[in-house]
Design a protein around this ligand. Structure first.
Ligand code: ADP
Ligand code: MG
Length: 496
């Protein structure tokens, strides 16, 4: 790594060390150990089975779907899938945890070491180690704002399946941490194992941060809990690193503690110190057998993996000859990548009989025009009023010379507003490009005739005037003159 990632303090430079623990809710209709529903936004305590409420004598039953999603995610992170794993009880008392323990995995998680490739802003990439992924149940929720003096408990989340994905302390800047969360979310969405919706709490991030002098051993870390947006992850890390540097530079020491991020102030504050840390007294849950997977099951799940962003990006660069930058943007969401490919290989044929679309042109249209317009309208690509087939046909019209790139922008705007097909708009508005030399020559003659002085100046050496004549003819033809043909003809007519 270059040294540009160091932070300058009053007494010299510091390196920030970051490891993230991400809790990703498994996309599943039922909970990890019960058949209760998991839909977001339900009335409190309407999705609670006797198991989730920890009634005496109730037995958990592992949800095979959730296990499969964890395996799939492990494979998507190029990680070791452990054929033998164990569920443990993590014991602590809290009002929203009726059993007095959370069922989790500790020493023998379902997924071990893997890795994730960060795509950084400068076009470079960097590998971050994944330490492990384990399955665990979520706890309930305490509602402090429903009654002036009482706390209510909602157990809808109790028992919901989570994947805790732990990274190695491999990141060195807040930007890298942001890129990590974005990339992990992208992979989870491609896999369909977690919807990645941070606002609804489907993806939460604990940020472990420490600072050290370059080349020195790791410093003491703090852990900022439950940060729920990429922007907040970056802000929390940035603030925490600077706070630690200040403490150390003024002679203090960092306490290993849990902290909370306050989005309103952009700062972190202490929640509990290590001395108050729980001793969870983990032990294997006697109600659950160890989880045994076979090589065949893992192979079967592996065969269902979709093409993931890294592979797709590589293919877009090779097959469609895109730049790494454009390919990176297009593959970040599966829906965008699919849309782009549908534009390139779309249904409309080109006028010259070829079926291939110009992929670079298509990438430009999708990234600049479509994304820009969708953004302005606050719409997602899946709700685009312009279909991939329609955008492909518009590009076809540019490629076969029916309309110019300039006119295409206007046509696109009408497509976006009306959902109409490009050719229909071109016909209705009479926007066909004029490439017919006869028609163009007539227009040119008229313009030259009306500007004899300028023609003389041009012939006397004022080349710059060509642009003026082009503009005049364009105006006369309503912007429909084929620019290439027009230039050619004008030069010929203006030649002394
Ligand atoms: P615990 O079991 O207490 O949660 P772990 O060793 O599992 O501790 O580490 C949890 C997270 O903290 C991991 O993501 C890891 O990468 C990160 N981490 C460990 N040491 C440091 C450190 N010195 N600075 C920053 N992050 C760290
Ligand atoms: Mg931890």
């Amino acid at each position: 790594m270059s040294s540009t990632h160091l932070i300058k303090g009053k007494t010299g430079e510091w390196e920030v060390v970051i490891g993230l623990e991400v809790h990703a809710q498994v996309t599943s209709k039922a909970k990890l150990f019960s058949g209760a529903a998991t839909a977001f936004g339900a009335e409190p305590n309407t999705q609670v089975s006797l198991i989730d409420a920890a009634m005496p004598g109730m037995l958990p039953v592992i949800n095979g779907w959730c296990v499969e999603q964890a395996v799939k995610t492990g494979l998507g992170l190029n990680a070791q899938v452990n054929l033998h794993s164990v569920f443990d009880r993590k014991n602590y008392f809290y009002a929203d945890l009726p059993a007095g323990y959370q069922i989790s995995q500790y020493l023998q998680p379902i997924v071990g070491k893997g890795e994730l490739l960060l795509d950084l802003a400068d076009g470079k990439s960097r590998t971050v180690g994944i330490t492990r992924l384990h399955l665990e149940m979520d706890a309930g929720k305490s509602l402090h704002d429903q009654h002036p003096s009482q706390t209510y408990i909602d157990l809808n989340r109790s028992g919901v399946a989570l994947m805790e994905i732990v990274s190695e302390p491999d990141m060195r800047t807040a930007e890298e941490a942001g890129a990590y969360v974005r990339k992990l979310r992208s992979i989870l969405r491609y896999l369909g194992t977690c919807d990645g919706n941070m606002e609804e709490g489907s993806l939460r991030c604990d940020c472990n941060v420490s600072v050290r002098r370059p080349g020195q051993p790791y410093g003491t870390r703090t852990e900022t809990k439950n940060v729920n947006s990429v922007r907040f992850v970056m802000a929390a890390i940035e603030h925490e690193a600077r706070r630690q540097i200040e403490v150390l530079e003024s002679g203090g020491t960092i306490r290993q503690e849990t902290r909370l991020f306050d989005p309103n102030s952009g700062t972190t504050r202490a929640m509990r110190g290590k001395e108050h840390a729980h001793d969870y007294r983990y032990f294997p849950d006697p109600d659950l057998l160890p989880l045994e997977l076979s090589e065949d099951e893992v192979a079967r799940i592996k065969a269902t993996l979709p093409e993931l962003p890294d592979d797709k990006k590589k293919r877009f660069i090779e097959q469609h000859k895109l730049s790494a930058f454009d390919a990176g943007i297009l593959v970040s969401e599966r829906a965008s990548a699919d849309f782009f490919e549908a534009v390139v290989t779309g249904d409309g044929k080109l006028g010259d009989g070829k079926t291939g679309r110009d992929a670079k042109l298509a990438a430009n249209w999708v990234i600049n025009d479509l994304f820009g317009r969708l953004n302005a309208a606050g719409k997602d690509i899946t709700a685009s009023p312009v279909t991939a087939g329609q955008l492909g046909r518009l590009i076809g019209l540019i490629q076969d010379g029916t309309i110019s790139g300039r006119i295409a922008k206007d046509v696109f705007e009408i497509m976006f507003e009306t959902g109409k097909d490009p050719l229909k708009i071109v016909e209705e508005k009479g926007l066909r490009q004029v490439s017919d030399t006869g028609a163009l020559e007539a227009a040119i003659d008229e313009i030259l005739g009306a500007n004899v002085e300028k023609v003389a100046e041009y012939r006397a050496g004022k080349d710059k005037l060509l642009g003026f004549f082009v503009g005049q003819v364009m105006k006369k033809t309503g912007g429909k003159a084929n620019p290439g043909v027009l230039n050619e003809l004008l030069k010929k007519k203006l030649a002394p």
